[in-house]
Ligand binder design. Structure first.
Ligand code: PGA
Ligand code: ZN
Length: 417
């Protein structure tokens, strides 16, 4: 069975801004569709998202150039061939010829890469997660522990919270169905608490609530943790059942010239920020800190890991950007205990798999993640299961583009049982 056509298209993401969709039709007229997400707190090492920069359309954020690259340059590489994402990725990387995919655009390349993978699983008559696990030589695909981002801050909410994501997760692996129910229960109880305190209960980019906290000793982030604890208890769980994870996204408040973090009214150096983490870890049941230090502050990552990795997972997102070489460097220098994996940070499914492989071989944590600007594509759910990712970041318990991924995980759990 061969690929009959490849069509790129400009569609909208969950923020109502343009992104790339790719549709592949096979010789027998079966078709698959993929679409790619967009991050807001992006790292400097991420693959290049090609935008039109035509201010007359969508504030310059149109993706017609990327779409044209799919239709005119990439389609001829794959049309008439058997779907193989490994082969397509190699050819696209070669045609692009740059480190960050700045010619064709990583948004164009990834949309095709995912669509070809979907077509490949269709032709092989296997589930997408099986295609991923087969590539990695994993015999038993398994469901990840979900982390629910139930309070949004930072760039995702503009509500005065410095930390970007306040997440809750089951403390140990239970069925995904049960985990989801737990997340929803805490989420709905948090809503009631916020409502009672006359906070707005509208949600941020990732589906968590985005209230404006005025703060405890001038630190709204501490008030956010207090709300999480209250919601966990109100929902009938204990600190033993549920843990808290936080994506600090600290590059957003790091001044790389001065080497300090502007944390609300305070300017703190990395040592002081790490002391602050030690304090909150001793007070709240935190088991996960992501991007606690900025990628531009490499030395402090080592200190963070040395001081806190016995108590919590230290996960790098922007600093690794799903890049195999950067992850290798991080493992060698012991600067974290695991990496976020976001296929669109690197631009092909094959390269995201290489990053997973290097983590697996070194016993480094793997956390597959969505982006803040998402679509209803559920590829990352299959990717997380196929890659045996220990945790999964899919957002809060609302917004269709987040729920679509959780619902796909429910279906996969059924298929695996
Ligand atoms: P982003 O945020 O998708 O806006 O980059 C998600 C994250 O930092 O994990
Ligand atoms: Zn992050």
């Amino acid at each position: 069975m061969k690929i009959k056509s490849v069509t790129g298209r400009e569609i909208l993401d969950s923020r109502g801004l343009p992104t790339v969709e790719c549709e592949i039709t096979l010789d027998d007229d079966r078709s698959v569709v993929s679409s790619v997400p967009t991050g807001l707190s992006t790292g400097d090492f991420e693959a290049f998202q090609l935008r039109d920069n035509d201010k007359k359309r969508y504030f310059g954020l149109g993706v017609l150039k990327a779409v044209k690259n799919i239709n005119k340059k990439i389609a001829p590489l794959v049309v008439g061939k058997k779907p193989s994402f490994s082969d397509a990725d190699k050819e696209m990387i070669h045609l692009d010829g740059t480190d960050q995919k700045s010619n064709l655009g990583a948004n164009a390349i990834l949309a095709v890469s995912i669509a070809v993978a979907k077509a490949e699983s269709l032709v092989q008559n296997i589930e997408l997660y099986e295609l991923i696990s087969n590539k990695l030589g994993i015999k038993e695909p398994k469901l990840p522990i979900p982390m629910f981002n139930i309070l949004n801050g930072g760039l995702h909410a503009s509500n005065g919270l410095c930390f970007q994501e306040f997440m809750v997760m089951p403390s140990k692996q239970v069925s995904f169905k049960k985990s989801l129910e737990m997340g929803v229960k805490i989420y709905q109880h948090l809503k009631l608490l916020l409502f009672d305190a006359k906070h707005v209960v509208s949600v941020g980019d990732e589906g968590g609530f985005a209230p404006f906290f005025t703060g405890k000793n001038g630190l709204p982030d501490l008030e956010a943790f207090d709300y999480l604890i209250k919601a966990i208890k109100f929902a009938g769980f204990s600190e033993k059942d549920v843990k808290i994870g936080v994506d600090v996204a600290s590059s957003q408040f790091f001044d790389d010239e001065e080497g300090v973090y502007s944390f609300h009214a305070h300017e703190v150096d990395p040592e002081e920020l790490i002391e602050f983490y030690e304090k909150i870890i001793s007070k709240y049941p935190i088991s996960y800190i992501e991007d606690g230090i900025s990628p531009m502050d490499f030395g402090a990552w080592k200190l963070l890991t040395k001081k806190l990795s016995k108590k919590v997972q230290i996960i790098g997102d922007d600093i690794f950007s799903t890049n195999e070489a950067l992850i290798k460097e991080g493992i060698k220098n012991k600067i974290a205990t695991g990496s976020i994996i976001k296929p669109n940070q690197v631009g092909t499914v094959s390269e995201a798999l290489k990053s997973v492989d290097i983590c697996r071989k070194n016993n480094f944590g793997i956390v597959v993640s969505h982006r803040s600007g998402e679509t209803i594509d559920t590829f990352i759910s299959d990717f997380a299961v196929g890659a045996n990712s220990s945790h999964f970041k899919g957002g809060g318990c609302a917004r269709g583009e987040r729920i679509a991924k959780f619902n796909r995980l429910l279906r996969i759990e059924e298929l695996l049982s």
